[in-house]
Ligand binder design. Sequence first.
Ligand SMILES: [Zn+2]
Length: 66
Amino acid sequence: MNEIRCGSCRKLLMKSAERAIVGPVEVKCPRCGTLNNLRPLEPFSERPERQIPEKTCPGNSSSKTP
Ligand SMILES: [Zn+2]
């Protein structure tokens, strides 16, 4: 799930699946009133993270192991 946050105050606005947004979406932040424009195929994140395979070094990761 992707967390959709306000671009101004970082308030969590909604969560969506990867391809849940298929068209332009406008979300008005209830806290600061900023109108956030969401577009598909554009990750709503400041850090573009590529999908890195996690099979590189098992046991050497700080993430939780299922
Ligand atoms: Zn806001």
